[in-house]
Design a protein around this ligand. Structure first.
Ligand code: TXA
Ligand code: MG
Length: 319
């Protein structure tokens, strides 16, 4: 059980409580810390501190119309920031802590800095499962705004080295929690009264959401972009990416899947969860290789494959 004493002891052994205390202190004084989650590494700051939030946008080179996810230690804490109706509570009960972000109306006295929500009257909330992140939330007592810890538009980080590589000199203190388990950013669900919409596919599949809520997601198109971060080009390597490649010539670093061996293979057994875990690391390796181009084998669009293909489509898109 995340959050139980067993876990705390386990983490103290693996990481040392000192690192967590130092990170909490840094965050309390308005600094940034790169933090591990079960999805990807985040670039965290105190969500109530306007200048710390400005620092996140600056460090990532992120456009200021793109709001941030706020990480909370519990559903109860989420209730201080957002209004969770019955549907939101049901999803939180079934999937938190875990890779689910809920977009809900802000509470009237929501204490987060306005820049966190980029002027929207909704807020994105997530209770992450990584035990180290849970401890950090509990020890710091802060609600942590944290986008993925990469330069805006670039490949998301699933290892501490990816954070260093993407942010370079601007990389802050990194809390090392090892490689991220699910490897793809959280599923973002907007609550719309008694209905819900999937704004970003992720590790939690539409089937799982349907089983929990007893209904399918609606596909309401708002007038403005609903998850402003979901712009076409994203997660993008510097090199051009070709998708659905069963074969690739010598100019390509070929990312394989299942029977299509490639130069590296996302999952030899064709396991989609394993492929998701390995996806961003493979893109980082491909981008750093001596081949000028990248090709990726076809990935089935079922289950978490939908999230993998969503990321690949954006990685292949140039602006
Ligand atoms: O797994 C994750 O969600 C990771 C880890 C660090 O928690 N975080 C992450 O954050 O992926 P980021 O900033 O890379 O993506 C956040 C997405 C963006 O697409 C943003 O537009 C959307 O969440 N978002 C944030 N607040 C929103 C809101 N109020 N309404 C709609 N979309 C929102
Ligand atoms: Mg991101």
């Amino acid at each position: 059980m995340p959050g139980s004493n067993d876990h705390i002891d386990d983490n103290a052994r693996r990481y040392g409580t000192q690192a967590i205390s130092a990170a909490a202190e840094r965050l309390r004084s308005g600094g940034l810390v790169a933090v591990p989650t079960e999805t990807v590494y985040g670039l965290a700051a105190d969500s109530t501190n306007a200048s710390a939030i400005a620092d996140i946008y600056r460090t990532k080179g992120r456009p200021d119309f793109n709001p941030l996810i706020v990480h909370v230690p519990s559903t109860e804490a989420a209730g201080e920031l957002g209004l969770l109706n019955g549907l939101a509570n049901k999803l939180a009960k079934d999937f938190w802590p875990g890779p689910l972000t809920l977009v809900v109306p802000k509470t009237p006295d929501c204490p987060v800095a306005p820049a966190v929500t980029a002027g929207l009257d909704t807020i994105a909330l997530r209770c992450p499962a990584h035990p180290l992140m849970q401890e950090l939330l509990n020890i710091s007592g802060l609600f942590l705004a944290a986008p993925s810890a990469n330069k805006s538009g670039a490949i998301s980080p699933t290892k501490p080295q990816h954070v260093e590589h993407s942010l370079g000199k601007a990389a802050p203190m990194i809390l090392n929690g090892g490689p991220c388990e699910s490897g793809i950013e959280s599923t973002i669900v907007a609550i719309r009264g008694d209905d819900y919409q999937i704004l970003r596919p992720g590790p939690l599949t539409s089937d799982q959401l349907q089983a929990s809520t007893g209904k399918t997601a609606v596909n309401h198109q708002g007038e403005k972009i609903e998850a402003p971060g979901q712009l076409a080009s994203h997660y993008a390597p510097n090199k051009s990416v070709r998708l659905d490649a069963t074969q690739a010539g010598p100019d390509y670093y070929h990312i394989g899947f299942g029977d299509i061996a490639g130069d590296t293979n996302l999952s030899v057994n064709g396991d989609l969860a394993e492929a998701a875990t390995n996806l961003f690391a493979a893109l980082h390796v491909a981008d750093a290789s001596d081949r000028p181009l990248i090709a990726v084998a076809p990935i089935p669009n079922t289950g978490i494959g939908a999230a993998i293909n969503d990321r690949l489509k954006r990685a292949a898109q140039k602006d």
